[in-house]
Design a protein around this ligand. Structure first.
Ligand SMILES: [Zn+2]
Length: 144
């Protein structure tokens, strides 16, 4: 960027945009909201430090992920990105459970060739985590 039009960062910070401005390649003047939100959440000097610690070819990705994180933090001040992550993790585990149920039903149909299957949510296994001492000792003798 030449000195004629400062990048979005330098414009917001009211400073001269030099030729080696760290923000200029990633925060162009025509998208001022991107730097504004990143500056509000992380602070300009922190963003500058973070970008400086990253190799140049990865800075564009870092800048856009910072924008994403900052806007998530603005939308959800409590959980930010973590809110989206935990929502998606919940969905994954629910879908994995549905998949396991469907696979169990398929297996059951294959084994019984159309015979009756127990409903998938029925408590077929009753595992007692704390067996009584009587059961525990009777387990020791496998005979009968
Ligand atoms: Zn600049």
């Amino acid at each position: 960027m030449g000195g004629s039009s400062p990048c979005a960062s330098c414009k917001l910070l009211r400073r001269r945009c030099t030729k080696g401005c760290i923000f200029a390649p990633f925060f162009p003047a025509d998208e001022p909201h991107k730097f504004a939100i990143v500056h509000k959440v992380f602070g300009a000097s922190n963003v500058s430090k973070m970008l400086q610690e990253i190799p140049f070819h990865q800075r564009a990705d870092a800048a856009s992920s910072l924008v994403y994180e900052a806007s998530a933090r603005m939308r959800d001040p409590v959980y930010g990105c973590v809110g989206a992550i935990s929502y998606l993790q919940n969905q994954v585990s629910q879908l994995q459970m549905q998949l396991a149920i469907a696979q169990a039903e398929i297996l059951c149909m294959q084994m019984q060739q159309g015979g009756p299957c127990p409903p998938p949510n029925a408590p077929t296994r009753t595992r007692s985590r704390h067996p009584s001492p009587i059961i525990a000792t009777s387990r020791a003798s496998p005979a009968s």
